[in-house]
Design a protein around this ligand. Structure first.
Ligand SMILES: O=C(O)c1cc(C(=O)O)oc(=O)c1
Length: 302
């Protein structure tokens, strides 16, 4: 099937620079996606956007170019609960990729077992209203109970303003819980203000909660963007991500978020995005935990 991209869609950055920051051996890009290709793996009818293609080959080429060893591929909402593109990527990764899927209540145990064998280790629950239609919480809780015995975890994506309303649901989840993009803080508010403090409290009081300190390119308001050799990109996000890394060094993950769906004003150079890492994980010890030890433990069980 031929797909028309959403008007104004920004394609991923071709020809990214080589990062100056040398990733430690065994580093994992713990949040990235594949899109289609649409002709082979059609986008879901219920999707809220139609992206450009971003294939497994292109993702693996980026991994090698940037110096990552492995990927965690997260089901993107444009594929709904049809995980075929993701599973196909996992199967051709030579054990160098794990996956996080989206499933419906109707998924059966055989299907879950097959996904597990392919390298799936989690399900994603999405509460960002511009991306998905509402799914009742009892349905999500039923899915969480079904995947818990497999040792899988739940990835949650939500906006900071919605955390109070979602708190009881999140804290009742029976698995490890991984928050996408720090729960999307409003970085124009103070890092020690009540909104971000609630997020820190969520992590402090619940030892099963982890966070991806990813997506400065999405959260940043004043930049500057990771373009044209910028070595101090997204300065306004640094205090937030650094606070999470330093407070919870054993429960943080980092990912490129390639191919960066739904960005509106620029598309980052992924090489320069990697150069953001030493600003938020400032010592070799913190960098190794963030990039190697934590994701390897969670996704490869080591
Ligand atoms: O903020 C977003 O637009 C976004 C979308 C998706 C997705 O469509 O799955 O995933 C992300 O990690 C971020």
């Amino acid at each position: 099937m031929k797909f028309e991209k959403t008007p104004g869609w920004l394609d991923w950055y071709a020809g990214p620079s080589k990062p100056r920051f040398k990733l430690p051996p065994g580093s994992v890009d713990a949040h990235c996606h594949v899109f289609g290709p649409g002709e082979q793996f059609p986008f879901a009818p219920e999707r809220k956007y139609t992206p450009c293609d971003a294939s497994k080959e292109q993702l693996f080429a980026l991994r090698d170019h940037l110096g990552f060893d492995k990927n965690v591929i997260v089901q993107a909402t444009c594929h709904g609960a049809d995980n075929r593109a993701l599973i196909d990527a996992l199967k051709s990764s030579n054990d160098k990729a794990r996956g996080v899927v989206t499933v419906k209540r109707s998924v059966n145990d055989n299907e879950l077992q097959e996904m597990n064998a392919a390298g799936v280790r989690g399900v994603r629950f999405n509460f960002v209203k511009r991306l998905v239609d509402f799914t009742p919480k009892d349905e999500l809780m039923e899915i969480a109970a079904r995947i818990a015995p497999l040792g899988w975890h739940v990835v949650i994506y939500f906006e900071a303003v919605d955390l109070p309303e979602l708190w009881d649901f999140f804290t009742a989840l029976p698995t490890t819980v991984v928050v996408d993009h720090m729960g999307r803080p409003d970085v124009t508010k103070p890092v020690d203000g009540p909104e971000f403090e609630l997020f820190l409290k969520f992590m402090r009081e619940h030892a099963n909660v982890w966070s991806k300190v990813s997506c400065p390119e999405r959260l940043s308001v004043s930049g500057p963007p990771a373009l044209n050799g910028e070595q101090n990109a997204y300065r306004d996000v640094v205090p937030f991500a650094r606070k999470v890394v330093e407070t919870f060094p054993d429960r943080v993950l980092w990912g490129t978020d390639w191919p960066h769906p739904n960005l509106k004003n620029h598309m980052p150079d992924d090489g320069l995005l990697v150069d953001f890492i030493p600003h938020i994980a400032t010592t070799p010890e913190l960098q190794k935990k963030l990039l190697v030890d934590n994701p390897t433990r969670l996704y490869w069980g080591a």
